[in-house]
Design a protein around this ligand. Structure first.
Ligand code: SF4
Length: 358
């Protein structure tokens, strides 16, 4: 590959399997050699994961969009008196999953929701117990670090006790959302009511200790600097060194439509999306999977991302709500055949994953 100077040094490190430093990460974000970055990330992906691309057949369950946090980047959370506010009953959640279960290939649930102002922890727990009891063959992944910390805050229980009770009720893995950017500066400006960076990391650490795997995400393309993206990746990498409990990393490009930032911030470019996925693969050398989340990236960009370090394309989803409130232009669901085709068309091998952590 034809690069010189610092980029050539980084390339040699990657080819030798050496860890990249914080300064290397910042150099990569400052560089615009996109095809080089992609090739380097693709080299690492092939070495670590081979040519299989993971996907699953899943159903997203968003129990309520009523949320006390009202983060500036979120178009999903609403106040209770908003005409589009909703809060599911247990029966409604069961009916949604029953409808999705008509697909015989459905393997799991992904449950994430707003921080409802009057629901107790037991209200949320009841959804896990009920769905697990009614659909025992489906894996249940759910709740972000933000939600888990909220449950601890409203119940007076420790994070560990919350996780133990959720696990006993049938929860098998924790969702990766809510990490946003793991610096206090960004969180204080965009989402001061939700858990801090250290609290989010503590939830993940505690979950790993209890044998609950988690995912991790990064919401980028708003007010963060490139240095803060690197800081975020390094915090995740350090925790992964400590616990080994993260399974998949997901980059979420910020979608400004219908958010408080809509007038001030433009949507990320495909260039930035591909660059960020590639750098994530290079920096997160201890993460097994890097996901190209087709809902946010769009299907065509997610497909290209498979050549920029990604080895996972998420799942069929059944009915996506959160990101379509923010103007996502992708479909609300994909058929399994469509996912298989887009992976094969990218020259890769589809692999249906059935365990909890996707
Ligand atoms: S991102 Fe989550 S916590 Fe923040 S407002 Fe939206 S639903 Fe609520």
């Amino acid at each position: 590959m034809f690069v010189t100077g610092d980029l050539e040094i980084i390339e040699r490190k990657v080819l030798r399997g050496e860890r990249l430093t914080r300064a290397d990460g910042e150099t990569l974000f400052a560089c615009n050699e996109l095809s080089w970055l992609g090739a380097l990330a693709d080299f690492v992906r092939k070495k670590l994961c081979g040519d299989e691309v993971l996907y699953n057949v899943n159903c997203h369950v968003n129990l309520t969009n009523i949320c006390v946090s009202r983060c500036k980047f979120c178009a999903f959370g609403r106040s209770a008196d908003d005409r589009k506010a909703y809060a599911m009953t247990l029966d409604e959640a069961v009916n949604l999953v029953a409808e999705a279960s008509r697909d015989p290939n459905l393997v799991g649930l992904h449950i994430v929701s707003g921080l409802h102002p009057t629901w107790t922890f037991e209200n949320y727990l009841a959804f896990v117990e009920t769905l697990h009891a009614k659909f025992p063959a489906l894996y249940v992944k759910g709740f972000t670090g933000v939600e888990i910390q909220h449950f601890a805050d409203i119940s007076g229980l420790s994070v560990e006790e919350i996780l133990r009770r959720l696990k006993a009720a049938g929860l098998q893995a924790i969702a990766g959302g809510g990490a946003e950017i793991l610096t206090d500066r960004v969180r204080n400006l965009l989402c001061p009511k939700k858990c801090s960076a250290s609290q989010w990391l503590n939830v993940a650490r505690t979950a790993h200790k209890l044998g609950l795997p988690t995912n991790a995400s990064m919401l980028y393309g708003h007010i963060e600097t490139f240095a803060e993206r690197v800081e975020h990746l390094i915090k995740l990498r350090e925790l992964q060194d400590e616990t080994g409990g993260f399974r998949t990393f997901i980059c979420f490009p910020f979608l400004p439509k219908n958010t408080a930032l809509e007038r001030d911030i433009k949507q990320t470019s495909m260039f930035d999306d591909l660059k960020t996925i590639a750098i994530s693969r290079l920096m997160l050398d201890n993460f097994p999977n890097i996901k190209a989340y087709w809902v946010m990236l769009t299907v065509p960009v997610a497909q290209v991302a498979l050549s920029f370090g990604a080895n996972d394309i998420d799942g069929t989803i059944h009915r996506e709500n959160i990101l379509h409130d923010a103007g996502a232009t992708s479909p609300r669901a994909l058929a399994q055949d469509d996912i298989i085709k887009l992976i094969r068309d990218a020259g890769r091998i589809p692999k249906l994953v059935t365990e909890a952590i996707r």
